[in-house]
Design a binder for this molecule. Structure first.
Ligand SMILES: *[C@@H]1O[C@H](CO)[C@@H](O)[C@H](O)[C@H]1NC(C)=O
Ligand SMILES: *[C@@H]1O[C@H](CO)[C@@H](O)[C@H](O)[C@H]1NC(C)=O
Ligand SMILES: *[C@@H]1O[C@H](CO)[C@@H](O)[C@H](O)[C@H]1NC(C)=O
Ligand SMILES: *[C@@H]1O[C@H](CO)[C@@H](O)[C@H](O)[C@H]1NC(C)=O
Length: 662
């Protein structure tokens, strides 16, 4: 989108100044630059005093610029800059600002997509943005899944029906606090392969994925009658920037596959210098709006409108950390400054949803910590899609600058409290092994991704159990990722993790089975560390420096097929709280019309909850998260099977509550 016309130095200086001094201008300390010539555009200047627009000022009127109204699709979203006006976006030739909000379809139960999109629109937004997670869409090489909760096309068309535009962020790397930043773990099988570079193995895998994905996306584009007005090239590559040719390759990969709408990159303020590429609109991601926020952006691009691709209205949590929140008034103040300066923006997240199953990513700043199950993010809607103070305040603000009245608020979603569940049966992990797939037999330990299972694609998520006989004690040494419980037969003798690779094995009576149960707690989603996210046991296991051999390796992927088989296992009655990894089976009675609720596992320690075979995610008594979101849409009327996989000490019951505790 590079413009041929050079700006006069005087004009661009003015523009830079007006951007640099925005906070001053907005707080009334500086005169507003009178640089709006006569524009024959349907957008007036929005007044944004505390009490909303001044009566004489017109407001943004985009009522004819929605996917439902706009039938002539010739030019789509473009950037424009003329000597008389600041650079701005146009949609089909009409001046336009993007008021966007992020909702990730894969983090929201499909049955709730429409509700969340309607709420986005009723808040005054015109665009939804979403990432596309490669790891979930291509779980095995060449096997694609766009069904159910992963039906990207259905989500995009639903946005159009509701009247929202879509900006798609297809990666291949998306970060997003998801496992390995959305890259499939089978890429890690090749030790030479360098992720996010033009390394042949990586590029070939991306190209094959894009062949499939873009064939689905092309018909969803604006000019084909769909709602996609823009697409992002990769994600925050400036923070990585290891290969200059990589972004060019991806840019071409999109163009060659028929992507014709506006392309953009998205980077942190400073990293825009490394992450932006020629011919693609640079956008930035920010936490707050300061005087020099646009300094670096202006260095790479002066004659384009400013777009904040991610304005962080909250933040994610990690286990063992504290719950992050952001003040609603701060958010509203910042958004009002964007609007006053006619800056397009996307709130990240408008609605965060949930890291169901094993999809959470992790951070590693000298120690691994995994992202919690909830992706509430202190966003504009809560994890369960409920209104917040941020929602109402933003709605008031956006409502005050839009010409047409906002759609009515969708109804509240009722929550329920159900009788607490006392699991009556349990099954120690050791008794469940026979219901797993055939174990892998190997002389040496094999890391999770390299296990010869799943048609050669290895194991992506969950637990792996390594067993080998030992007949003498001593110092055990093993490199495990991320954390492991160690047993002799069924007796727990200690734990290992990334920072603690040694454990003393007491004297063994006869020969016993050394059992190492390793859990992948989520792969890092950022930085060069992504190259090295292999999980399970990742090297030799030794006792007193002698390597152990003869391993039996069980994969605990916790798939639905496993739970189907588990129903016929020899479950035992629960007498007292038991210790050790085990499954607990109970029934949640949801009555005739099930509703959303939150599970509370008060005296349990660590594990996962499966409701009718669906993995609700991890609970952990170190917090901060204390309740798990259970969508009503996943409950059957009356009885629901609930299985808890508890790693160490079980509690007596599972409670439900109508209020989340994060
Ligand atoms: C995962 O990504 C976020 C940015 O979205 C970052 O803050 C976090 O630290 C990342 N994890 C790392 C660096 O391990
Ligand atoms: C907005 O613009 C449309 C099309 O130009 C016009 O029909 C409509 O009356 C306008 N709405 C308001 C509230 O000004
Ligand atoms: C440990 O388990 C093995 C195999 O099941 C069994 O042969 C052995 O007797 C057990 N050892 C002890 C001390 O329980
Ligand atoms: C359960 O535990 C309690 C307290 O530890 C003990 O007194 C009781 O005998 C146990 N009951 C059974 C059935 O094991």
């Amino acid at each position: 989108m590079s413009s041929q016309r050079r700006l006069s130095p005087r004009l661009s200086w003015k523009r830079i100044m007006s951007v640099f001094f925005l906070p001053l201008i907005s707080s009334g300390f500086a005169p507003r630059a009178k640089n709006k010539g006569k524009e024959n555009l349907p957008v007036g200047e929005a007044g944004l005093g505390e009490a909303g627009p001044q009566p004489h000022q017109s407001r943004f009127n985009w009522s004819h610029l929605t996917p439902l109204e706009l039938k002539d699709r010739m030019v789509g979203l473009q950037t424009q800059s003329t000597p008389e006006s600041n650079p701005h976006f146009t949609l089909e030739g009409h001046k336009f600002l993007i008021f966007g909000g992020s909702i990730h379809y894969f983090r929201v139960p499909r049955g709730s997509w429409r509700d969340r999109l309607l709420k986005l629109q009723a808040c005054g937004f015109n665009t939804v943005t979403t990432y596309v997670p490669w790891n979930l869409h291509e779980p095995q090489r060449g096997i694609f899944d766009f069904s159910g909760n992963l039906d990207l096309e259905a989500f995009v068309w639903m946005a159009a029906e509701v009247g929202l535009w879509v900006i798609l962020r297809p990666g291949p790397y998306i970060c997003s606090e998801i496992d390995l930043g959305g890259l499939p773990s089978w890429l890690l099988q090749d030790p030479e392969l360098r992720l996010r570079t033009t390394d042949k193995g990586f590029v070939q895998a991306v190209d094959r994925y894009f062949d499939h994905l873009m064939a689905r996306v092309v018909p969803l584009q604006y000019r084909q009658g769909g709602p996609i007005i823009a697409m992002q090239v990769e994600n925050e590559y400036g923070a990585f920037a290891k290969d200059r040719a990589y972004m060019q390759h991806l840019h071409k990969a999109l163009l060659n596959r028929g992507i014709v709408e506006l392309l953009l990159t998205s980077d942190a303020e400073k990293e825009v210098l490394q992450g932006s590429i020629k011919g693609v609109l640079a956008t930035i991601n920010i936490n707050s709006f300061q005087k020099n926020t646009f300094e670096h952006l202006q260095r790479v691009q002066r004659d384009k409108p400013i777009m904040i691709m991610e304005y962080w209205v909250g933040w994610f949590d990690t286990w063992g950390g504290k719950h992050m929140v952001k003040d609603a008034d701060d958010v509203v103040k910042t958004v009002s400054e964007f609007i006053k300066a006619e800056i397009s923006f996307n709130t990240y997240m408008f609605h965060g949803g949930t890291n169901f199953g094993f999809i959470n990513g992790a951070t590693d700043f000298g120690g691994h910590s995994s992202v919690v199950t909830s992706y509430d993010y202190d966003a504009v809607l809560t994890e369960a899609g409920d209104y917040t103070e941020k929602y109402f305040k933003l709605r008031k603000l956006l409502g005050s600058v839009l010409a047409s009245p906002l759609p009515p608020l969708p109804e509240l979603i009722p929550k329920a409290v159900y009788p607490s569940v006392r699991p009556s049966l349990y099954l120690p992990l050791w008794d469940a092994l026979q219901h797993l797939n055939e174990p892998v037999i190997s002389s040496t330990p094999v890391n999770m991704e390299s296990l010869p299972i799943n048609a050669g694609n290895g194991q992506s998520y969950g637990f792996v159990l390594y067993e080998t006989p030992v007949c003498a004690g001593g110092w055990l040494r093993a490199n495990v990722r991320d954390t492991a419980q160690v047993f002799l037969n069924e007796t727990h003798i200690g734990t290992l993790d990334g920072g603690n690779q040694n454990l003393h094995i007491p004297k063994v009576k006869g020969c016993q089975l050394l059992r190492i149960l390793v859990e992948n707690q989520g792969r890092v989603n950022y930085s060069w560390k992504i190259q090295d996210q292999r999980k399970g046991v990742t090297g030799p296991v030794t006792i007193n420096s002698t390597p152990l051999e003869g391993f039996t390796i069980y994969s605990l992927e916790m798939k639905t097929s496993f739970f189907d088989r588990l129903r016929s296992a020899a479950w035992r009655p629960v007498s007292n709280s038991s210790v050790g990894p085990a499954f607990y089976l109970g029934t949640l009675q949801a009555g005739p019309s099930p509703r959303d609720t939150f599970l509370r596992l008060l005296d349990w320690s660590y594990g996962f909850v499966f409701i009718n075979g669906r993995n609700l995610g991890r609970y952990w008594n170190i917090g901060p998260q204390q309740t798990l979101y259970l969508p009503g849409a996943w409950l059957h009327p009356e009885d629901n099977e609930i299985i808890v996989f508890e790693r160490s000490k079980s509690g007596s019951s599972i409670q439900t509550t109508d209020k989340p505790k994060l």
